[in-house]
Design a protein around this ligand. Structure first.
Ligand SMILES: [Zn+2]
Length: 408
């Protein structure tokens, strides 16, 4: 079953057999966690940050052009070749001399990642999408890739303890650290979002295991309920997007009336972006809360391996994007891994059409909200599905020993 791999990866209890040894190793390693803080740069600092954005973007575009050129001539150019050429860049363009070397290297690595992704998609026969030149609106961050060495700060991103943070080439920038950093900071990214600046630290943190729990749960993700559990609990979906939609539409209408290139249009665009960010943050909070609740209570959580991208293209698009299942499952997996809980993904398999009590398939229309079977089982449709998902995750056996046919 598809879930087995995932189960093994996230399994908390060290098992006896050899395939599990690998698991034990992964369990004790650290995982990455991002900490995001708002920055309050002065005007001069903001100008310096903007300049670094421009310089890194320009470097990215130049390096992309160089790769295209090499490709046309039938030569290959690696990221290391390009890094070696950074010295020359600094000779020709002295404004690059003041830029932290690793920031420039990281920019070239970003381009290299874009190419690796491109080659991988070509190999898989997918729609390839050649790496693109980045315009002003498509380049919003630069990164110091190494901020700590053997436990100590090497400089960039170091919080100075006076509400400020050290950013090479910019100065000591005011920061609002609403929660402390945890673990070992690895990278430090400066990001512009809708006219505001943020500092993002990626830290390696140790897992924080919870006391073991024997309880297992199946969860069904849907549109009627965001989550329905096999224990019969249902959680309403976040309606943040639609609630804010009216406001968004109003701002967007006023935006279309503003003259192109005008200051007022720029302000209106910023308001739209801010609203989008607010909605995204609310949704993320919601996902964190639900995931935290599930991970605290259950030792094993089984969900359907959803192909959200497939759904997102359908007519349900807005609701699906709103629900953000993929993000939720990522958050759930991260919390579970840290807490030493198991998360199992099972292949979607008619889960809403099977009776969790007798195992027989009972076709339902989408509008039928209640599962009622001849065997006497009457449940909310999504709760029934969650029970089937749980059964599939626990090797396909139902309470009375009946088995579901293994998914094809
Ligand atoms: Zn039944």
């Amino acid at each position: 079953m598809l879930g087995t791999e995932t189960a093994r990866r996230c399994c908390s209890t060290p098992g006896p057999a050899s395939p599990r040894e690998e698991v034990t190793q992964i369990e004790h390693t650290t995982h990455k966690k991002a900490f995001v803080y708002r920055l309050y740069p002065t005007r001069a600092q903001e100008a310096a940050l903007e300049r670094l954005l421009d310089l890194t973007r320009e470097l990215y575009n130049a390096a992309l052009e160089e790769r295209r050129e090499a490709w046309r001539k039938g030569k290959s150019l690696t990221v290391y070749d390009q890094m070696r050429l950074l010295g020359e860049v600094k000779t020709v363009r002295p404004e690059y001399q003041g830029v932290y070397a690793q920031v420039l290297q990281e920019t070239l690595e970003r381009l290299d990642k874009a190419f690796q992704g491109f080659f991988l998609r070509v190999k898989r026969g997918e729609k390839a999408g050649y790496p693109r030149f980045r315009g002003r609106g498509w380049w919003n961050s630069f990164t110091f890739p190494q901020v700590c060495r053997s436990g100590g700060w090497v400089g960039p991103g170091k919080p100075l303890g006076n509400g400020k943070v050290k950013v090479p080439g910019v100065g000591h920038v005011r920061i609002k650290q609403h929660r402390p950093l945890e673990g070992v900071p690895k990278t430090f990214t400066l990001k512009r979002s809708a006219g505001e600046w943020y500092a993002i630290y990626t830290c390696e943190v140790l897992p924080q295991p919870l006391p073991p729990s024997e309880e297992a749960v199946g969860i069904d993700l849907g549109l009627t309920h965001f989550v329905a559990t096999s224990d019969g609990e249902t959680v309403a979906p976040p309606r943040t997007y639609r609630k804010a939609e009216a406001r968004l539409a109003a701002i967007q209408r006023s935006l279309s009336r503003k003259k192109r290139g005008s200051n007022r249009r720029r302000q209106a665009r910023r308001r739209v972006a801010k609203l989008h960010r607010k909605i995204a943050n609310q949704r993320k909070d919601f996902h964190h809360k639900i995931a935290r609740r599930l991970v605290n209570k259950y030792g094993t959580i089984v969900h359907e391996d959803l192909n959200t991208s497939g759904l997102a293209r359908s007519r349900l698009s807005k609701s699906v994007l709103d629900a953000g299942w993929a993000q939720f499952l990522r958050i759930l997996s991260a919390k579970a891994a840290s807490a030493g809980r198991r998360v199992i993904a099972v292949k979607p398999h008619n889960t809403s059409q099977i009776c969790p009590q007798c195992g027989l398939t009972r076709k339902k229309e989408l509008s039928e909200r209640i599962h009622a079977c001849e065997c006497g089982c009457v449940l909310d449709r999504d709760v029934a599905a969650a029970r089937v998902i749980l059964a599939l995750g626990l090797d396909g056996a139902f309470g009375d020993g009946q088995r579901v046919a293994a998914p094809a």
